[in-house]
Design a protein around this ligand. Structure first.
Ligand code: PGA
Length: 250
């Protein structure tokens, strides 16, 4: 439906000194990709990543940003700083940031608006815990997370947002959602967007699945009609695995 995007989320892995060669390695393996390929790296790896990605079809993303433009926010990084480096994507509201760094639906919304206003593509993460899934409130929760992320965003901007559905119980656990479970929620997310903005915007939005996606299970997940790509953690750290996933996105 939306544009196909496979994005790696390196999390807190790889050194700045390893980054240039690794991005070059990825780029060499995905040069024939039929989808958009993104490597989201730690802040300190962004400069060498952008340098390595020049002249290739790999785009570079950050894993977070601050929602203010500048000022007394020690340790934070602004959208302008990212854009100035040549960064094009930014992950917002990953469950690890929600869990460990007090990210809320409100800050996710502020960051999403800021990213859009500076020309960065936000990859907004949503997802339920195992407890929430077992309690049967998955779609209620996801719908709330999506609606809050999009407060104050018009249809033209909404169409540019990437939504990553990442069930928390599937992240880094080796427990992938079944393709049916993932499709069900991704279809539900598209319906929420359709409710907010209409069918055209819902069709334009890219909806990724993330959570233990790997070279072995990517094809089945990516074959589903409402799954337009993946946000890949562990498997994005190995260029071979990552390129197999990219190859599965047709
Ligand atoms: P994983 O992480 O692929 O290692 O499960 C996905 C993510 O958290 O984005």
């Amino acid at each position: 439906m939306g544009k196909y995007i496979i994005a790696g989320n390196w999390k807190m892995n790889k050194l700045p000194s390893e980054t240039y060669d690794f991005v070059k390695e990825v780029a060499a393996k995905v040069s024939n990709a039929s989808c958009e390929v993104v490597c989201c790296t730690p802040y300190v790896c962004l400069a060498p990543a952008v340098e390595a990605a020049k002249g290739t079809n790999v785009k570079i993303g950050a894993e977070n940003l601050h929602f203010e433009d500048k000022g007394a926010f020690t340790g934070e990084v602004s959208a302008d700083m990212l854009a100035d480096l040549g960064v094009e994507y930014v992950i917002i509201g990953h469950s690890e940031r929600r869990q460990y760094f007090a990210e809320t639906d409100e800050t996710v919304n502020l960051k999403t608006k800021k990213a859009l206003s500076k020309g960065l593509v936000p990859i907004v993460c949503v997802g339920e815990s195992l407890e929430q899934r077992e309690a049967g409130v998955t779609m209620d929760l996801i719908s709330m997370q999506v609606k809050k992320a999009f407060i104050g965003i018009d249809a033209a901007d909404a169409a540019k947002v990437v939504i990553a559905y990442e069930p928390i119980w599937a992240i880094g656990t080796g427990k992938t959602a079944t393709a049916e479970q993932a499709e069900e929620v991704c279809a539900g997310i598209r319906a929420v967007i359709a409710g907010l903005y209409g069918d055209d915007t819902a069709k334009a939005v890219t909806i990724q699945y993330g959570g233990s996606m790997n070279a072995g299970n990517a094809a089945e997940l990516l074959a589903k009609p409402n799954i337009d790509g993946g946000l890949i953690g562990g498997a994005s750290l190995k260029s071979e695995d990552f390129s197999v996933i990219v190859g599965a996105a047709k």
